[in-house]
Ligand binder design. Sequence first.
Ligand SMILES: Cc1ncc(COP(=O)(O)O)c(C=O)c1O
Length: 402
Amino acid sequence: MSDNRIGRFGDYGGRYVPEALVAALEELDEQRSKAMHDPGFLGELAQLHRSYTGRPSIITEVPRFAEHCGGARVVLKREDLNHTGSHKINNVLGQALLTKRMGKRRVIAETGAGQHGVATATAAALLGLECVVYMGRVDTERQALNVARMRLLGAEVVPVDHGSRTLKDAVNEAFRDWVTHVDHTHYVLGTVTGPYPFPEMVRDFHRIIGVEARQQMLDEIGRLPDAVCACVGGGSNAMGIFHRFIDDPDVRLIGLEGGGEGVDSGRHASRFSGQATPGVLHGAFTYVLQDDDGQTIESHSVSAGLDYPSVGPEHAYLKDIGRAEYHPVTDDEAMEAFRLLAQTEGILPAIESSHALAGAMKVGRELGPDGLVLVNLSGRGDKDVDSAARWFGLLPDEEEQS
Ligand SMILES: Cc1ncc(COP(=O)(O)O)c(C=O)c1O
């Protein structure tokens, strides 16, 4: 194991990896530090965001949805409008450009909901890189449309049959591949977890969400929000929007986790509701759902992107110092928020993002009519149409049966 005091947020973070990966992580750290100060790199990334991603993403006020949020005003940051349908592209384009800078020709990725895999396959096609994506077998089934999208983009999708056959197992498999092919392969990790420098680097590529949103709130709404709500799987969209607001003490930062069937049911992905304890998973020291022997407990969420037993170390730190708060949202609550946004505003959200919307409904009721809530709409619901239609019993054969 390598030096794990490096890259800490308070006690959390570090670099718990086999020696075989240390050189690659050091090279990555050096290259991304140089790149983040290189006007050439920053200019190329900004140009791609303008002409390919579609940035800046807009903000949209949603008054009819807000009627269900205690009358508080609600504004959405529309990461769902990005090319490939979610915030994930912000990070992937940055890492794909770094892959080129490091002279590597192959990228690998893990994916849960498929959005990170689709973004990686897209960037690989754009930049001419080989691409392999690992995905738990269960997730290939619930996000089948995204599997097809990745294959159409020229990526190889490898279903993973170990463990719970979800995101955690896909990450394990991606690390295994990386150890073997590290000389010519970069692992495009999809969230703010993993060994240093991933949590910091991925956050920095997503920081643009909060930088844009904060300015848009001031310019278009006239003031900062009282609360920023974002769903938390590994935590990348949340860190991206939170970071620019950390120095605004009056803005509450609220992360919404997959509460599954309820935290008391044991079938959930809620790391911050007294269920998880500090431990090491996937190269970082952070909150992990684990038993007394340190064995990882399997998580559950209706949302593939939130179904993960660990969380980015910077979130663990923000939670401990009290700067951010985290609450579980059950599957039922998230799906109700999904339905409401669709039917009051004509926007189909990703099921992940629906957790943030459900959070806004709760915090809006706390704040009342003077409140102003900013929600990070991290992705669109195209990938979830089949799951949502099944959830609500809307498919023709199900209607006939009922
Ligand atoms: C649309 C969307 N939102 C949120 C997430 C959760 O990831 P993170 O917590 O890293 O933003 C995912 C993950 O796949 C996603 O696809």
